[in-house]
Design a protein around this ligand. Sequence first.
Ligand SMILES: [Zn+2]
Length: 326
Amino acid sequence: MDAKDQSPDFDSVLVLYIGGEGRSGSTVLAELLGNHDGFFPVGEIRGVWHALEDDSLCGCGRPFSKCDFWHQVGKRAFGGWDRIDVGTMLNRDGKFARHRRIPRLLMSPFRWIDSADLDQHREVLSRLYSAIKEESGCSVIVDSTKDPAYALILRKIRQLDLRFVHLVRDSRAVAYSWSKKRVEQPEYRHHPVLKDSFLSSRSSWIEARDWVIKNLVFHLLARSAQYRFLKYESLISDPAQELAHLLRLADQGQVNANDAEFEFLPFHMLGGNRVRFEQGQIKLRVDDEWKTKMPISQRRIVGLLTLPLLIAYGYVDVPVKLERSL
Ligand SMILES: [Zn+2]
């Protein structure tokens, strides 16, 4: 059954989806939003099947199988996580939520040979998000998955009221972050096999390509959904002002006058930056280490490959000669 064809008698689930490229500050943004009543950050929910398979640590510090919140979500959504075939979910996720699938996901009127499989995938996701809403008791689920193909899958789930925060950070800062090797994965620090594993790094070429594709898709999505463009640097410089816009986007109240201070709280976040395991006051500071430590060749490659968007976003000034010729 197609999730779109179900009865209109449903409680819609408002999902504030943080879209864009990884290493753009989405975990911090989710934490900031979580400081406001009504918002419930779940991290990169797309990774829930990996969390189920590997029993990785939830942001609350407990393994997925020991986290009361996720236990209740699984029970409510599926009658228990043991009713889910993890291999099937991972296969479907790997098949549908990928770059090469984006053109087909955008051409929604067409039915493809594996459309029934995609419908079933959406049905499972629909139950998952509904259960999160019910168990959290919050009005807004903050999903920092960021991936555009996954967003296109969610877009056709009728129960979801999907709204986008398009989070953008300078491509050179993002590429520098992805080029780092031996980045730890704290969600596996308890894991007997994976505890010494690291996140894979990416080349400048690959990262520049991904940065452009992901950002362009979210500009396309802005035409069909409620949407807010947000620069990482603006968020860190003036969080109260930017959060006020996002609260309006999610139909929530005003930012309080004393909201200049934020805390890391033990949210049940799956995936994302390691800061999700921190607690205490959030000290916001623009991370611009790339300006001094990024090799000049890497900086030039990424800068050239992403130049049109860098100019459009105001990260690079248009040379005077070029500006006159435009
Ligand atoms: Zn938890």
